[in-house]
Ligand binder design. Structure first.
Ligand SMILES: *[C@@H]1O[C@H](CO)[C@@H](O)[C@H](O)[C@H]1NC(C)=O
Ligand SMILES: *[C@@H]1O[C@H](CO)[C@@H](O)[C@H](O)[C@H]1NC(C)=O
Ligand SMILES: *[C@@H]1O[C@H](CO)[C@@H](O)[C@H](O)[C@H]1NC(C)=O
Ligand SMILES: *[C@@H]1O[C@H](CO)[C@@H](O)[C@H](O)[C@H]1NC(C)=O
Length: 470
């Protein structure tokens, strides 16, 4: 029995155990590649392989590309050896001249990062790195044949033992589609859902809504919301409900022309310090955190009263640091997540929530006992409809393949033919609203129509009774 805690990169090792003949790893040194822009071969930082490495990434035109010949078409694991002297930076990956996902480069010493899998054609192929945030050095690319992953093990009921029958059923429904490599479609915002129906002729299975304007610190400025009513209306149409919460900081908004009150969920728009607030449960800031959680509990209770299970993506994108709940590092974010879980579940007795975590790094993970679904928000380069398989695989490792893995927010929808080819079995995607769906660029209409008519993409007309599975 293959244990699921084995990182995917060891599938080659597993193949050897299983007696499958494996060809050797193909090593492609970056310094032997072709360059555009300002990149140069460097040798000043020891520890590289081959005769040097490539650095000087600082503008969009900067890239390195290496090429290799393979006898037969197939899926390969790609690893990139790199150095990111100034800490976390993102880099675009290219495959045969097209954008193919984004890499998160975090190590300040020479390291390998899994870039997921690449589908190579028979004959000559190229892979490369193109500047995104810049300031990294690329040493080498490693390609080795990939094997189909073992079946997913995400079958457990919700972490809240008192989950409502509807919440239990919804998680089971998602797990069943996940196991069949189906892809549930999703769309943020009522207006964008309407646009999709009118232009692509289909509605998504999942509707996305935001608790933002219920944040107590927005109310004095005149914010009002009917997001709960919108979700209730969506449920009445047979759709699945997901919520995010752009949580305006409880207090200490800068409210300047540059950082107005309505941007108060951004780190840059507040001096509220969550680390300090959590350190003193008797302090005013802690009480304000509870006040805010209680305000959102009122909305979740209304949804519960209407028998609506909610995929709740609490403290989204924490690891990015751009929202105040992630600005003081992983410990404060994890503590706040657990506080919220406890407040909603045990204090308010809300049992209609499926808990969706939305950061990838293991140091940020609040724990198996408070998480039902692991997710990622993906905004690749325009035109990139790749499978985001590198992050999929990281989340499989994070949840030891016991948790459903989903794309909670996307700018570009992944092409379902590619997610299948790469075994990147994302349970669902939710496209962000507005331009991302309507501008005919992030997701061109012909592509949307293709996705929304794919036999394995679940749309509203195919969703069925997800609340009452036996
Ligand atoms: C990266 O992986 C290659 C191939 O497996 C290995 O030779 C190399 O030592 C690794 N580099 C680092 C920094 O771990
Ligand atoms: C929510 O408010 C908007 C703007 O006032 C309105 O157009 C819409 O019909 C409301 N939706 C629901 C479900 O109440
Ligand atoms: C936030 O509070 C923590 C704990 O008191 C402190 O270590 C940290 O420096 C503070 N952060 C900022 C940005 O002031
Ligand atoms: C959208 O883009 C496609 C090409 O991707 C083009 O054929 C079509 O005319 C565009 N539609 C609109 C409404 O602009």
């Amino acid at each position: 029995m293959i244990t699921n805690s084995i990182p995917l990169l060891s599938f080659v090792g597993l193949a050897l155990l299983a007696g499958v003949v494996c060809t050797q790893t193909i090593v492609l040194e970056a310094e032997d590649g072709t360059f555009t822009g300002n990149v140069v071969v460097d040798t000043s930082i020891p520890g590289f392989s081959g005769t040097g490495y490539v650095s000087g990434f600082s503008a969009t035109a900067d890239s390195v590309t290496v090429s290799t010949d393979v006898a037969a078409a197939g899926l390969y694991d790609l690893t990139v050896a790199y150095l990111s002297l100034y800490g976390e930076k993102k880099a675009y990956l290219t495959l045969n001249g097209s954008p193919s996902g984004e890499l998160d480069l975090t190590s300040t010493t020479w390291a390998n990062v899994s870039a997921g899998q690449v589908l190579l054609n028979a004959g000559t192929n190229t892979v490369g790195i193109q500047d995104d945030w810049g300031y990294y050095s690329i040493d080498a690319f490693y390609l080795s044949p990939a094997l189909p992953p073992p079946p997913h093990q995400a079958t457990a009921p919700p972490v809240n033992a008192n989950a409502t029958p509807e919440a239990k059923s919804l998680l089971k429904y998602i797990q069943q589609h996940y196991a069949s490599s189906d892809l549930l479609s999703g769309q943020q915002d009522t207006d964008s859902i309407t646009w999709l129906q009118q232009n692509a002729g289909k509605s998504p299975a999942i509707g996305g809504f935001d608790f933002m304007d219920y944040s107590p610190s927005r109310i004095p400025f005149g914010a009002t919301s009917n997001a709960t009513e919108q979700a209730i209306a969506w449920d009445a149409q047979g759709g699945i409900v997901t919520f995010v919460w752009h949580w305006n900081a409880p207090t200490d908004l800068l409210n300047t022309p540059e950082e107005p009150w309505y941007s108060g969920f951004y780190t840059a728009a507040t001096t509220f310090n969550i680390s300090e607030a959590l350190a003193d449960p008797t302090g005013n800031d802690y009480q304000l955190v509870l006040r805010d959680l209680d305000a959102i509990a009122v909305q979740l209770q209304r949804l519960s009263d209407a028998n609506i299970p909610v995929l709740f993506r609490f403290l989204h994108e924490a690891e990015g640091g751009w929202f105040w709940w992630g600005a003081q590092g992983p410990d404060a974010a994890k503590a706040l997540f657990r506080l919220g879980y406890d407040r909603f579940t045990n204090y308010h007795g809300l049992n209609n929530i499926i808990w969706v975590w939305n950061s990838v790094q293991s140091s940020w993970y609040p724990g198996d006992d408070v998480t039902d679904i692991l997710s990622y928000d993906s905004y690749p380069a325009v035109g990139d409809h790749g499978p985001v398989s590198n992050v999929f695989n990281e989340l499989i490792v994070l949840g030891q393949d016991q948790k459903v893995v989903a794309l909670a927010e996307v700018g570009s929808i992944p092409d379902p033919t590619l997610t299948r080819a790469y075994y990147a079995d994302w349970a669902y995607f939710v496209t962000w609203g507005g331009d991302y769906i309507t501008d005919n660029t992030s997701n061109p209409l012909p592509f949307l129509i293709q996705v929304y008519n794919d036999p394995q993409v679940i749309t509203l007309d195919k969703v069925g009774d997800f609340k009452h599975l036996p």
